[in-house]
Design a protein. Structure first.
Lengths: 727, 204
């Protein structure tokens, strides 16, 4: 046999029982019909009002007691049970309610504005009458609680609107919400019913659930008074708002009240009288005549607790502003019905296209069909546990495909991407093959042509390229200056080139060294390049091969490597001995040609053999600026000429003579060996031996560039003509 | 603390050298000469440190057997042999000169010649790939300079060398002077930044 557990004590009961056999608690909660199905309040038809008494209907449903713990939530009025099916306590309540209903005329329905301000729904007098407790149905523990509560209220000091908290007295008493009868929890604010005063001091159902911290100034006991929208309120403002809102939502579910709280009006009235604050008493004195005039006759037995009329209480200035502003809307269904009649605006298509993707609205739990628990300690309760998890309710924004604007090009690309992803092609890379073919096609031909141009003059020993016939001024100046140098003073020769540049610069250096050795001028070599001393030694050795007397005289003075680049040069210009002493051999500075040299002024001139313009610039800036009286000459490469020539062509030239490239070397060598009688060049210099190879390779390069330019221009012309024809 | 000391030393040294450059006082000149000598010695030590680092890197490569370690073997052998030879016989001894003139110089000259050929091929290729007026201008300048520098067989074009000289001395020198001015301004700005402590290359 299925059992129905009591939600209060948890003991099993028969499924057909309505109340617990052990604690007399209601086993089946009284539920209200959905708000949408609730018949609207119609003030013009009292008969319909009586028929729409939701509380009566819900009580009837509660007494119907369908097996399995389920209940019809359609909201349709069910037939009331017969007198035999109704328990005794309910029968007495109904009988008493019927008497009061006959004695009390139906209250005028409040206007819609007042309904909108009232949080709890209207409770008919009949329903309130049904909530009068029966003496025999009252359990023993409730009686004890009431007696204790009465005793506590008698012991409370007069004049204090708040009862001393039981916790403050150190007693373990049930909370106040359990002490205070609550059958009159909700009342329409505009109604001046006989039970108005009776409800004073009784907490609203929602308030029982509202948290309120028990502090010294805000004790857990409620300030009891005839407040609109609720007969009592918690001093905590947020709790007030929350309770009011909760009351507004749970208004139709008033039958959730436990039956053991019914029938305590007398005790509650006494407690209310004792707990009415002074300010409320004054308000009652002022508004009592009007309230008495407006009160129906049914409230005579509650006259002692009856407060002023609600209209007077709602008058401006009586209640604080915050209290009137926190009234929850009670006529939400009416508003919905009004909003349904409003014609919706029609959005233009362009505005709908701009509208963001709408998420699916979350269905409120109230819209879900409330499930009634059939097993466990929650059996018989409805809507306690959510039927599905909250996470399952998280909406996912729907994909509105109609908002995606895809043009044909994008669609084609998307299709191509999809095809590539599904069937990726494995394509062979032929880049290496193409590069090799290009190399073999014309690059190799260029290399072969250059090689033939370089080797052919040397192999054939032909001299088809004309020697330079003119001597540049700068070269002639150098030669003239060397011829004018004193023989007893050494000349400083800087070899600032690497072996890679030796092919071009060695010819010029050899020509100058040949002239110097021919005159017998001592040569001191120096270099800021690591390979410079070796290059200097090679040039000097080749020069000494042509001048054996010079070698035997020991006029070559190698100073070696000078580290530090510009810094080393500056140091050498400041003190040559100190700067180059560590790197040069001791015999160089001890030679008779260098002994008188204590500074750079001791050198008759400086000849710089340089391939890079930066090195030449360092010599000019670090050395020549410090000793401008020492003439500087240079043997430079053709690549360095554009940057070196400004130092020569300025108004105050830093360089007094130049030998530029292989052509300058050939000219200088020719002048060295020229026959003064015939004017012809004498011995063959290194520059002369390389002259034909140099000319042939340069001409080949010009030819290659010319062919390339013609081919490029021809292809471009053909393309242009082709495009013109197509057009 | 190290940071401040290094900055003070750098700025002080730079300012002292700069002031001695303009003020011909004997004490300042002596201090500047000493500082420059120290700088030259440090540069030599830095060169030795670089050579030592290169040797250690390739020695580690040989020890670990990394790809290309055979080249490292050749590098270490040649480096050690040249170093020993130059140290023992001197930088201008016939052995040292022979190594430079018979080994290093042919290699570098060959690479330079290879570079010339590659540049020629690149010049031709760029005319095919990017047929633009600037490409043809480059071609024209190259041809004029080559023909003006190198001799022509049997004939001599009189105006060609003059045009080449004008090309090398007017437009090229103009560009070269612009480069020199830019370099000078850049060097001045860099020196001022180092002197003011805004740039601290010694901190890296």
């Amino acid at each position: 046999m299925p059992e129905l557990r009591c939600p209060m004590c948890g003991k099993p009961n028969a499924e057909t029982d309505e109340v617990c056999a052990f604690c007399q608690a209601r086993l089946r909660p009284l539920t209200a019909a959905p708000s949408g199905s609730e018949p609207p309040i119609s003030p013009s038809s009292p008969a319909e009002e009586e028929a729409s008494d939701w509380l009566v209907r819900l009580r009837a449903q509660g007494t119907a007691g369908e097996p399995g713990g389920t209940r019809d939530l359609s909201g349709e009025a069910e037939p009331l049970p017969g007198p035999d099916e109704v328990p005794n306590w309910l029968a007495r309540i109904r009988a008493r309610g019927g008497e009061e209903g006959e004695a009390t005329p139906p209250a005028a329905p409040p206007p819609s504005s007042e309904i909108s301000q009232a949080s709890p729904p209207e409770i008919p007098s009949e329903a309130r009458a049904e909530q009068q407790p029966g003496e025999t149905a009252e359990p023993e523990w409730l009686k004890r609680l009431r007696v204790r509560r009465t005793y506590e209220q008698e012991q409370e000091p007069e004049g204090s609107p708040f009862g001393t908290p039981t916790s403050a007295r150190g007693e373990e008493l049930p909370p106040d919400w359990l002490h205070v009868p609550r059958e009159e929890g909700w009342r329409a604010p505009g109604l001046a019913t006989p039970s108005e005063g009776q409800t004073a001091g009784q907490p609203a159902p929602g308030e029982a659930e509202a948290p309120s911290g028990p502090t010294d100034e805000t004790p857990p006991a409620r300030v009891q008074g005839p407040f609109p929208g609720g007969d009592s309120f918690s001093p905590s403002a947020p709790a007030m708002g929350e309770s009011a809102q909760a009351a507004g939502q749970a208004g139709p579910k008033l039958p959730r009240l436990s039956p053991f709280t019914q029938g305590s009006e007398e005790l509650a009235a006494e407690a209310a009288e004792a707990e009415i604050p002074e300010w409320l008493a004054r308000v009652r004195e002022v508004t009592e005549p009007a309230a008495q005039g407006g009160q129906p006759q049914g409230g005579q037995e509650e006259e002692g607790l009856a407060g002023p009329g609600l209209d007077e209480l709602l008058a401006p200035g009586v209640l604080p502003e915050w209290l009137t502003a926190t009234q929850p809307p009670a006529n939400a269904p009416q508003i919905e019905s009004e909003t349904e009649e409003i014609e919706h605006a029609v959005l233009p298509p362009w505005l709908q296209a701009l509208r963001p993707i709408e998420g699916r609205a979350v269905k409120s739990e109230g819209s879900e069909e409330e499930r009634v628990e059939t097993a466990g300690p929650l059996s018989g309760l409805k809507g306690v546990l959510p039927p599905i998890s909250v996470l399952e309710k998280v909406p996912h924004p729907p994909v509105q495909r109609e908002q995606l604007e895809v043009n044909p090009a994008h669609a084609a690309q998307a299709e191509l991407l999809q095809r590539v992803v599904i069937n990726p092609e494995s394509r062979e890379v032929k880049r290496t093959e193409r590069a090799g073919r290009r190399f073999h096609s014309w690059t190799l031909g260029v290399w072969a042509l250059l090689l033939v141009a370089i080797l052919a003059p040397g192999i054939t020993q032909t001299h088809v390229f004309a020697r330079p016939t003119t001597v540049s001024v700068e070269t002639l100046k150098l030669r003239t200056a060397i011829n004018a140098l004193p023989v007893d003073r050494p000349i400083l020769m800087a070899f600032e080139f690497d072996p890679a540049d030796a092919a071009e610069l060695e010819a010029g250096a050899l020509a100058v060294v040949d002239q110097l050795m021919g005159r017998g001028i001592p040569i001191a070599s120096l270099s800021t390049r690591p390979t410079g001393p070796a290059m200097a030694a090679d040039v000097i050795a080749r020069g000494e091969a042509a001048h054996p007397d010079y070698a035997s005289a020991g006029k070559y003075l190698p100073l070696g490597y000078l580290p530090g680049d510009a810094v080393g040069l500056r140091a050498f210009a400041s003190d040559p001995r100190q700067a180059s002493g560590a790197t040069s051999s001791s015999s160089a500075w001890d030679s008779p040609f260098l002994k008188p040299v204590t500074s750079l002024e001791g050198f008759s001139s400086i000849i710089i053999v340089v391939a890079q313009p930066q090195l030449f610039q360092a010599w000019i800036e670090q050395v020549h600026t410090l000793h401008p009286g020492v003439p500087v000459f240079a043997v430079i490469s053709a690549a360095a000429e554009p940057l070196v020539r400004p130092y020569y062509e300025s108004d105050t030239p830093s360089v007094e003579g130049l030998v530029v490239g292989l052509a300058g070397a050939e000219t200088y060598a020719c002048m060295n060996s020229a026959n003064s009688a015939t004017g012809q060049c004498g011995s063959i210099s290194p520059a002369d031996s390389w002259w034909d190879a140099f000319g042939a390779s340069a001409l080949t390069a010009v030819l290659v560039l010319g062919v390339g330019a013609l081919g490029s221009a021809g292809i471009a012309l053909v393309k242009h003509l082709g495009e013109k024809k197509r057009d | 603390m190290k940071f401040h000391v290094s900055v003070v030393v750098a700025i002080g040294t730079g300012l002292l050298t700069l002031v001695a450059y303009f003020v011909p006082l004997a004490p300042l000149q002596a201090m500047r000469a000493a500082l420059l000598q120290i700088g030259a010695i440090l540069a030599t030590v830095a060169l030795l440190l670089g050579a030592g680092n290169l040797l250690s890197v390739h020695a580690r490569k040989i020890r670990d057997g990394k790809p290309g370690h055979l080249y490292s073997i050749f590098l270490v052998i040649s480096m050690l042999s040249v170093f020993i030879m130059v140290t023992v016989f001197g930088p201008q001894s016939p052995y040292s000169v022979w190594i430079v003139t018979q080994v290093q110089q042919p290699l570098e000259v060959a690479l330079t010649g290879l570079l010339s050929g590659v540049l020629l091929i690149a010049g031709v290729r760029v005319m095919f790939r990017r047929p633009h007026w600037s490409t043809y201008l480059f071609f024209l300048a190259a041809v004029i300079v080559l023909l003006g520098t190198a001799p022509l067989p049997f004939v001599a074009i009189p105006f060609l060398q003059g045009f080449r000289n004008w090309l090398a001395q007017v437009p090229a020198v103009g560009g070269g002077r612009g480069l020199l001015l830019g370099i000078a301004l850049g060097a001045t700005a860099t020196g001022l930044r180092v002197l003011l402590g805004l740039d601290q290359p010694y901190q890296r």
